[in-house]
Design a protein around this ligand. Sequence first.
Ligand SMILES: Nc1ncnc2c1ncn2[C@@H]1O[C@H](COP(=O)(O)OP(=O)(O)OP(=O)(O)O)[C@@H](O)[C@H]1O
Ligand SMILES: [Mg+2]
Length: 479
Amino acid sequence: MINKYPFATLLSSGVSHVLLKALILLATLAIFIIDTLTYLDIAVAVLYVVVILMGIRLFSQKGLLLMSIASIVLTVFAFFLSHGIDFESSAFARCLVSLAAICITSALAMGNKSFQDALKRQVQILGQTHDAIVLTDLQDKIELWNPGATSLYGWHFDEVKGRSSDDILATQYPSSRAEAKEWLTSHDQWEGELTQIGKDGQPVIVSSRWSLIRDNQGHPTRILITNNDVTDHKQADAALHQAQTELAHAARLSTLGELAASFSHEINQPLASITTTGEASLRWLKRDPPDLVEVSDCMNRIINEARRASEVIKRIRNLARKTEQVHAPLDLQDVVKESLALVERELKAERVIVKTQLKATPVMGDYIQLQQVVINLLLNAIQALASTEQRYRQISIVLSDANPAVCTVNDNGPGLSQEVAGNMFKAFVTTKATGMGMGLSICRSIIDMHGGAIKAQNREEGGASVEFTLPRLEEVSSD
Ligand SMILES: Nc1ncnc2c1ncn2[C@@H]1O[C@H](COP(=O)(O)OP(=O)(O)OP(=O)(O)O)[C@@H](O)[C@H]1O
Ligand SMILES: [Mg+2]
């Protein structure tokens, strides 16, 4: 049968308590009788010490105190019964020796008992924690395994005792065990995330903390491991990440819908030009003699226009792509330039002038998602400007390559309305009849995922200013 509670077993003895108590009572009686009735020249009462020592395991501190008092009373009583009030005799000296022995033993026994009680309480607390606590030697052989470890991994202490914890749990390290041990040896502790396999074959992700235990000479002897189950947390994180990716994708598709008119125009224009240039080249060919110089000129123009159309299609396809987040080094300047190209027609349609102050700004991030942020900010600014009657409409984009890098999109539109100023980054907050109120909320979740921040405010000279920050590349890579 498997012992579920090795800790409790360590503390409780197999010997029946009732039997022991009866034995103690009998021994006490026997000592008292021998002490009272016999006239041996030895301090019989010293034997009470044995009884007190036997009581350490059975009685509480209070019980031990009572036992000691009883022993003292019985010793004194036996002396008066057998010797009367003869304080000059050697029997009285023996009585005093016995009393001294009983007092000293009692004091030591109670001290020992209080230490044992404290230890017992600590072990019980250790047994109750939900964390898995495992003690191994330096070769990873398991010496202790608390109930938390049993409920986390499904293995009982008896099954794993003396075996390698890494073998049993198929531990996967962030880099390697050797590296973790090297760090442990030099810092006396190590922390990291481990992926392990429980008895049921299910993976368990734990946040693991190791402490190196040293002996009195400072030599390492054991490793105390505390593992905290973060599997659910990790899965929730992954699900959230997945949901965010899906949402960002859905939002990109809806943005593409908004841009559909300009895309069809941008593709139609080169197609129309290809058709007319193709017809023209046919006419040059039909001449007698055919004018091949003009034909080749037309062909070049056709190739260029076809390239232009295919560029537009490529940009749309990239934006529509449903991809997992890909973090890679990129230049924020490229992101801004390409986003401007994508909304070029909207800008023209609303007669918006764009001013840029751009410079190379290396950051780490997902190109498509950051492009989505910039497009959202540009569309918001264009829509805000479109809602006004003003003639001069301007958007300015400024990139500062400080650390963190800052991208600011300013417009000279109506500015943020009181209604949304405090919560425009929340989902479904919109002042537009056809708006979903998702644009800025998605921008914020993307920027958050990139370790940056986004905020919006009104400009003193009128209009709105939305800026986001991103850690610069050097900062990210040096982490
Ligand atoms: N440049 C800006 N000037 C004035 N108001 C703005 C500006 N940018 C955003 N807002 C305000 O913030 C609100 C929320 O913007 P958000 O982009 O989240 O949603 P939306 O543009 O209304 O809809 P969606 O982007 O989902 O189509 C807008 O409705 C608008 O009131
Ligand atoms: Mg918007």
